[in-house]
Design a protein around this ligand. Sequence first.
Ligand SMILES: [Zn+2]
Length: 120
Amino acid sequence: MERVLDRVRAGEDDHKCRDCGGILKSDTISFGQQLVPEVIDRAMHAAGEADLFLAVGTSLQVYPIAGAFDLARAAGARTVIMNAQPTPFDDIADAVLPGSISELLPRLVTDPESASRSLN
Ligand SMILES: [Zn+2]
């Protein structure tokens, strides 16, 4: 996989799977695919220890991962939801940043002070 990623970074087009012709992807789960239990366990554990929980680009409607929001909130984390559509947790989040994550997320990364002011 690393060799394929290097070639794509160097400018080649995305590679297709040699067996089925489908897209190659390194480490994501698509709808209908089996979740990796160890990864979910790690995510839930991290949510329960977080000071700040960012839900980015998710409707927070698919469990088990939507439950990470409640876990983090119950453990005292401040919660921020960044999504184009409303979520069932918007009313109880510390901040909701509605809009396109491709516009909002870079702002949060490059100008965190401005973004944090909107959390107060
Ligand atoms: Zn394949």
